[in-house]
Design a protein around this ligand. Structure first.
Ligand code: ATR
Length: 282
């Protein structure tokens, strides 16, 4: 019998929770398949991709530090990914490898799923941070009709690069100017690593943020950061980072295994439990 196989490649890769997510869905939908981790060192990515099919894989996820390398090695499936310059999902079609990025859509889907009736079109949004995650999220927000995406970053030049790449609806902002610019926001997002376990907390005065604004964090360890907690305690609706992790996995699963999986509360709780237990695979 033919087992459908996929994997995640990274260096290191042991921290990846993708096998738990895809394993959960394979079981739930009764699909004869597997999803494992492959530790691929820098320098070995091309050889791994060349042998992907021979190894029996239909595709893979790509995590740090290979997202840019893989972008250069596969056919790019869509214009949004071409602009982004990174790939997190690889799939084979007609004997060729194709790559796409699902991080931006994963973020947006998590907000839409957790905030009933929320629509990105016409919204004023601020991203804290201008790194790789901000790039994926900003590209999707602009493509999906956000009115304005302010990007506040410690290194202003990185925010300016986002404006050059994604257009004038991106507004670069000095990091210190963020608190004063919160007044008109519909959505505020932390895309930095601040607040992650082992990192310094994200400290920002939310005093001017409207009560109706949604506050999101892409950090999911811990599940609720101090930043999110302070937003929740002042009455804002919040979206944690775990939703993005789950929703970004949807399209890859569908591409490899042929079923569009659902992000359910049960899956959320299953992965949340693994995080709370400090799950580490060896
Ligand atoms: P990722 O791909 O996860 O987004 P990254 O590209 O390294 O990671 O980006 C990390 C983001 O967190 C950047 O916006 C970074 O700001 P700089 O561009 O100025 O480096 C931000 N960041 C990290 N530590 C920070 C700190 N102590 N204060 C403010 N911003 C910080």
């Amino acid at each position: 019998m033919n087992i459908k196989r996929a994997c995640v490649i990274g260096w290191p890769v042991s921290h990846s929770r993708s096998p738990l997510i895809h394993g959960y869905w394979l079981g739930k939908y009764g699909i004869l398949g597997s999803y494992d981790r492959q530790a691929v060192p820098p320098g070995a990515v091309r050889a791994f991709l060349d042998s992907l099919g021979e190894e029996g894989y239909l595709g893979c996820n790509v995590t740090l530090p290979h997202k840019e390398t893989v972008f250069d090695l596969v056919n790019i499936a869509d214009e949004a990914t071409r602009r982004l310059g990174v790939v997190n999902t690889v799939f084979s079609r007609n004997g060729e490898l194709w790559g796409t990025s699902t991080d931006g859509e994963g973020f947006l889907a998590s907000v839409e799923a957790e905030i009933a009736g929320w629509e990105v079109s016409g919204r004023n949004i601020m991203l804290l941070g201008a790194g790789g995650a901000a790039r994926a999220i900003a590209g999707t927000l602009v493509a999906r009709g956000a009115a304005q995406v302010q990007v506040a970053n410690r290194t202003l030049e990185r925010a300016e690069i986002l404006r050059n790449d994604f257009g004038k609806r991106i507004m670069p902002l000095a990091w210190d100017a963020a608190p004063a610019a919160l007044a008109e926001l519909d959505l505020l997002v932390n895309t930095t690593s601040l607040g992650m376990t082992g990192q310094p907390p994200l400290q920002i005065d939310l005093g001017r943020l409207p009560g109706a604004a949604v506050v999101a964090d892409i950090v999911y360890v811990p599940l609720e950061t101090a930043f999110l907690r302070s937003a929740r305690e002042r009455g804002n609706r919040i979206v944690g980072g775990l939703g993005m992790l789950l929703h970004q996995a949807v399209r890859g699963f569908e591409l490899w295994f042929g079923t569009r999986p659902e992000v359910t509360r049960d899956l959320h709780d299953f992965i949340a439990e693994s995080i709370e237990k400090g799950y580490r695979s060896t």
